[in-house]
Design a protein around this ligand. Structure first.
Ligand SMILES: [Zn+2]
Ligand SMILES: [Zn+2]
Length: 146
């Protein structure tokens, strides 16, 4: 782990650092993330523009390389109601590496809480941009749709 703190932000130099930040954030939140998945486009791309509404619990990513749009997790069900905003790093960059972490109910494969973490490849800022209660029955299936 190479997460470094500068001011109130944390900075990482690899996508794995997003996991570390989700772990830290989720520990404070009370529902610790146990499973993770990195977003990878069908084309192999790992940089995305992201539209997000964390009240509605919906996010959609667009691959920088091939422009394919993909709803993250089970977001498709909520996109219609969502008031999506474009995510931007404080440095001005609007494309990110994306990792999702989930917390499960005890002794269960059912999801309880979802965390959406980004790392900015320009300045390295690594943060949880959204988290919400997510009731999905099988975490493996949810993470396969990240
Ligand atoms: Zn792509
Ligand atoms: Zn940045």
């Amino acid at each position: 782990m190479t997460l470094k703190k500068r001011g109130k932000h944390r900075y990482g130099d690899r996508q794995e650092d997003i996991q570390a930040e989700i772990l830290r954030y989720s520990s404070e939140n009370g529902y610790v993330a146990q499973h993770f998945a990195d977003a990878v486009c069908k084309c192999g791309g790992r940089l995305f523009g992201v539209l997000l509404d964390d009240n509605e619990g919906a996010a959609s990513r667009t691959c920088v390389a091939c422009k394919l749009q993909h709803p993250i997790g089970d977001s498709e069900e909520y996109l219609e109601e969502a008031d999506l905003g474009e995510c931007a790093c404080p440095c001005g960059n609007e494309t990110f590496e994306v990792t999702v972490g989930v917390s499960l109910y005890d002794e269960s494969e059912d999801v309880r809480w979802l965390y959406l973490g980004f790392r900015c490849p320009t300045c390295g800022l690594t943060a949880v941009y959204g988290d919400w209660k997510n009731e999905f029955n099988d975490y493996r299936e949810l993470l396969a749709r990240v």
